[in-house]
Design a protein around this ligand. Structure first.
Ligand SMILES: N=c1c2ncn([C@@H]3O[C@H](COP(=O)(O)OP(=O)(O)OP(=O)(O)O)[C@@H](O)[C@H]3O)c2ncn1[C@@H]1O[C@H](COP(=O)(O)O)[C@@H](O)[C@H]1O
Length: 106
């Protein structure tokens, strides 16, 4: 069990974003523009999905870490604090996913 949280990683991403691009993968990704980080996020998500389909626990764990890191980089680039995403998730706890889906306008 680790005490490391997504908040901790978001803080690291925010700190590294202002490092020289030659010294930080985070800074490099962000300096390449929003499409680059978004593309990496999509690639990592597909790799995680493939690992899930293959029931490859070790790879799924590693790819899930890649997804979460790249998501935090994309959010940072879009100036969306992780707390906004958590607030949205908290708002959704008031309703089951199935109930939300059924209530959508057709
Ligand atoms: N958690 C991560 C993390 N997860 C994945 N990655 C990088 O994401 C990339 C994953 O892409 P691929 O596997 O496709 O590898 P690649 O082919 O080298 O990637 P590209 O050339 O296509 O960009 C690799 O370069 C990984 O090193 C990460 N890079 C950084 N972090 C965290 O961010 C911190 C700061 O890192 P820097 O910004 O590099 O200082 C680190 O200490 C970590 O805590």
């Amino acid at each position: 069990m680790t005490s490391f949280t997504l908040n901790d990683l978001a803080r690291i991403v925010a700190e590294r974003a202002s490092a020289p691009a030659s010294e930080s993968y985070t800074a490099k990704l962000l300096s390449d523009g929003p499409a680059r980080a978004a593309k990496k996020l999509g690639e990592e998500a597909v790799e995680a999905a493939i690992a899930a389909v293959l029931q490859d626990r070790e790879n799924l764990t590693a790819e899930a870490a890649d997804v979460l890191y790249h998501l935090l980089v994309v959010l940072h680039g879009a100036h969306i604090p992780l707390s906004d995403v958590m607030a949205e998730l908290e708002r959704r706890t008031a309703q089951s996913g199935l109930a939300e889906k059924a209530a959508r306008p057709r």
